[in-house]
Design a protein around this ligand. Structure first.
Ligand code: SF4
Length: 192
């Protein structure tokens, strides 16, 4: 079981990986990068709990899961149980983590890392921000390909992608990276 904030189904390869995926944001992060846009995900234990069986059920019709955070490896025991079950079911796993491998101290963290098909690793460093990278928000972050379906995956940098959604109350949810053009367009729209 893990504590999470939210999940959704996404088909946006540039941001979250190939195919239709369950995007799951874990709740709680101990790393506290300066400039993090997900500060609401830092506090531990204030999300909802989800079991391995529930995640498996949610993943029936997807290519795989993408763990985002929050920091998935701060809940590595629970995340590992989910990863093992999903891999047994033939699903792919993409892990976004602020840790580098050399910082991992728990065997469960290392196991989640090695079982993941793609790992996007490293702190977000505000001074190294670049909105034209695939998966990463700053140039220090690295993508690791492991054996399996994505072993030859080619990273495609060079474009900026954002997803803007309005909910039923007219509130805007934004994910990804907003370039200047989009910022200006959104400012225009919100003025109306
Ligand atoms: S690791 Fe991710 S969620 Fe945690 S502070 Fe850094 S950018 Fe934010």
């Amino acid at each position: 079981m893990i504590n999470y904030k939210t999940y959704s189904y996404e088909e946006n390869e540039h941001l979250y990986g190939p195919g239709k995926r369950l995007l799951l944001f874990t709740q709680g992060c101990s790393l506290h990068c300066k400039g993090c846009v997900n500060k609401h995900l830092w506090q531990f234990g204030v999300g909802a709990n989800i079991t391995v069986e529930e995640v498996l059920e949610l993943c029936q019709d997807v290519e795989g899961i993408t763990f985002h955070g929050g920091e998935p490896l701060d809940q590595s025991g629970g995340v590992l149980e989910i990863v093992k079950a999903l891999k047994s079911a033939g699903k792919t796993v993409i892990l976004f983590t602020g840790y580098q491998y050399k910082e991992l101290s728990k065997s469960s963290q290392k196991r989640v890392w090695s079982l993941s098909d793609l790992v996007v690793s490293g702190r977000y460093i505000e001074e190294k921000r670049n909105i034209y990278l695939q998966f990463r928000g700053s140039t220090n972050q690295r993508v690791y390909r492991h054996k399996g379906k994505y072993k030859d995956y080619q990273i495609k940098d060079g474009k900026s992608v954002a997803i803007i959604r309005l909910n039923e109350n007219g509130e805007m949810q934004s994910r990804g990276f907003r370039n200047q053009e989009l910022e200006e367009l959104l400012q225009e729209i919100t003025k109306r």
